[in-house]
Design a binder for this molecule. Structure first.
Ligand SMILES: Nc1ncnc2c1ncn2[C@@H]1O[C@H](COP(=O)(O)OP(=O)(O)OP(=O)(O)O)[C@@H](O)[C@H]1O
Length: 613
């Protein structure tokens, strides 16, 4: 890396590696954790690489996303010494052949564990939660009984949730099964330790406690295999993470104190949010001049049911943001990244409010909401992955891109698809017709027609769930929360199938990050010169977070512990994306009192805070 500055922490990591001792690197935002990780991996090429290659061993580096895996692999120039992979694909690759053990794990631990959890939620009464829990217990017990009829189990990116009797394992179950197998089957942990003398885990704070435990089991005892965790407990923003990851007994903790990203003004604010690491601005940004500014705007009492803003209120809140931006003199700063927890504001600005309200409204389960936010919802996936990219490539007249999309993303045009025996000329001709029809449908028909065409033409990997919705008669009855809560997905699908595609296209633009807007979760690992963070607890309509309570408990009341922790961490992640200038807009019921509270607690300086009149 140009301008790479070696640090004390890097030295300590090298010492651990040479002494074959496990370690955890704890570092704040912008510390260059990935740089330290890559440097440590590179050092192994020199010190232990030839021996490992001779003995058929490799180093495992686990990343949180596929994108991070690609970045690290590139920085290591695809050196075959390293297996750089997400946790899920690494684990599945290691356990998939042990089908008997997977079944045993499901039977003895995983399913009984899920059943016990659901039973805890059932007090025998008639509440919605109790009824739902009883339903889940029945389904799980049935799956347990019939487990032997499942020929084999599989896991894929397209199976976020388990369907045991179809043999589909979801993301969470995969982690539970793998950690169960590693901790209970000594032979498996020994084999893994022999194949891989070094394990590195990036973003360790988001690794589940079960997995940290399993990896520590592999790496317990003296000498190799050893494990190195790299992470920041303050940036644990996914609930399943362990946060305070630590290596097996006897391992070292290395604290990295530099911040190579942010200007000193931003680093001062970040330090006010935590006590475990006090950062010092380092490298060339230590001499940059940055700034921090907070504007407090009065929040409104929501007028709509479910504590939602009305259209007029949403409009007023958006106008307040424009006023704040104006006051900061950033109206012309088009490169400033705007981070919102308040997604309706983004959806409205970008033109997909009805889609947003559908996928976050009464027909959407928590699972559906999460999948919508990440672009993974099974109803949206065919459009996000195939239809919209095809429509875009087609409108640009980019035939090459159209053919590439068809051959890589669709079933029909893939190597094993129905056209694989046809001549190239014929395939091109079919591709043209299919694309023309599909794009035509997308712009003029309902979404249901588009998806149905994709399914009939074998363009999508249609999941069982999707096929079920396509084949069923639309629900004629009016949705009733009491009666239908377990079947709400039917109403979601029916409403979605009736919609037009234009909103989905805008949603895709947003997912592609081609806009100056992002959700606050979406920016993890990113950095921008200028950042605007908007906190509106009401508009976000989210009970998991409360920024007003976290920042100004005197004005808004004390947050619950979990709410406070989550909000503090998410705020920290957002603020720490700024390299130079950070601006925050906080909607609060009482801006004047909030101002004194914030400055009294020394989170912000008086000169940094102002009130929007
Ligand atoms: N040792 C170093 N010397 C100089 N610059 C560095 C060093 N390490 C990292 N940087 C630079 O600092 C910035 C932040 O690094 P990076 O994104 O790797 O940090 P991080 O710890 O992963 O941050 P976060 O956890 O906040 O996402 C990048 O621009 C990177 O190039």
């Amino acid at each position: 890396m140009a301008n790479y500055v070696p640090t004390q922490a890097d030295e300590e990591i090298l010492t651990c590696l040479s002494e074959r001792r496990s370690f955890s690197v704890v570092a704040g935002a912008g510390a260059g954790k990935t740089t330290s990780l890559v440097e440590a991996l590179r050092s192994l090429i020199r010190t232990d690489g030839p021996r490992m290659l001779r003995d058929g061993q490799q180093v495992v580096c686990i990343t949180y996303t596929n994108r991070a895996a690609r970045v690290i692999s590139e920085r290591l120039q695809q050196n075959p010494l390293f297996v750089v992979s997400t946790l899920h694909s690494f684990l599945w690759g290691e356990i998939r052949h042990f089908q008997k053990s997977i079944r045993e794990s499901l039977r003895c631990h995983i399913l009984p564990g899920h059943i016990a959890k659901q039973k805890e939620k059932d007090n025998g009464g008639k509440s919605k939660a109790a009824i739902e829990a009883r339903g889940k217990v029945a389904t799980l017990e049935h799956a347990l009984q019939e487990l032997d009829s499942v020929p084999f189990f599989r896991y894929g990116d397209d199976t976020p949730f388990s369907d045991y009797l179809l043999g589909e394992l979801g993301h969470d179950d995969l982690l539970l099964i793998a950690s169960d197998m590693i901790t209970t089957k000594r032979a498996l942990s020994q084999v893994l330790g022999q194949k891989y003398p070094y394990f590195f885990v990036d973003e360790a704070q988001d690794t589940s406690p079960e997995i940290v435990n399993a990896l520590n089991v592999i790496c317990s005892g003296e000498g190799p295999p050893i494990i190195g965790y790299f992470g920041d407990p303050m940036q644990q923003i996914y609930d399943e993470g362990k946060g305070d990851f630590a290596g097996p007994p006897g391992s070292e903790t290395v604290t990295k104190v530099e911040n190579f990203r942010s200007a000193p003004e931003v680093v001062t604010l970040l330090n006010a949010f935590r006590t475990d690491v006090t950062q010092v601005p380092a490298g060339k940004n230590a001499s940059e001049i940055g700034s921090v500014g907070l504007i407090l705007a009065r929040s409104e009492t929501p007028e709509e049911p479910r504590r939602r803003y009305s259209e007029a209120q949403l409009e007023r809140a958006t106008r307040r943001l424009d006023e704040a931006v104006e006051r900061w003199g950033w109206a012309v700063n088009t490169s400033a990244k705007q981070l919102f927890l308040a997604r309706r504001m983004i959806a409205r600005r970008l033109g997909f409010l009805s889609l947003h309200d559908l996928f976050t409204g009464p027909y959407a389960s928590t699972r559906a909401k999460n999948d919508y936010e990440s672009g993974e919802h099974f109803l949206l996936k065919p459009l996000v992955e195939i239809v919209v990219p095809l429509a875009r490539a087609d409108s640009e007249g980019n035939t090459g891109a159209v053919l590439r999309l068809l051959s890589t993303k669709t079933v029909a045009f893939s190597a094993g698809g129905q056209y694989n025996k046809a001549s190239i000329g014929k395939v091109k001709e079919i591709a043209k017709t299919v694309t023309k029809t599909l794009v035509g449908l997308f712009y003029s028909n309902k979404i249901g027609d588009v998806i149905r065409y994709c399914y009939e033409q074998d363009l999508i990997h249609a999941s069982e769930r999707l096929i079920k919705h396509l084949n069923r008669v639309p629900r004629g009855d009016v949705y009733n929360e009491e009666l239908h809560s377990r079947e709400k997905a039917d109403w979601l699908a029916d409403t979605f199938f009736e919609m037009r595609g234009d909103e989905v296209e805008k949603y895709c633009t947003y997912l592609d990050e081609n806009t100056p807007f992002s959700t606050q979760h979406g920016v993890k690992g990113e950095q921008y010169d200028d950042v605007i963070v908007v906190f509106d607890d009401i508009e976000a309509a989210w009970t998991k977070y409360s920024f007003t309570k976290m920042l100004t408990p005197g004005v808004s009341g004390e947050a619950k512990d979990s709410q406070k922790e989550r909000s503090r961490k998410l705020a920290y992640v957002c603020f720490s994306r700024a390299k130079r200038n950070l601006r925050i807009l906080l909607f609060t019921p009482d801006p004047e009192t909030a101002k004194s509270e914030l400055t009294n607690h020394r989170l912000f300086e008086e000169s940094q805070v102002s009130i929007l009149g």
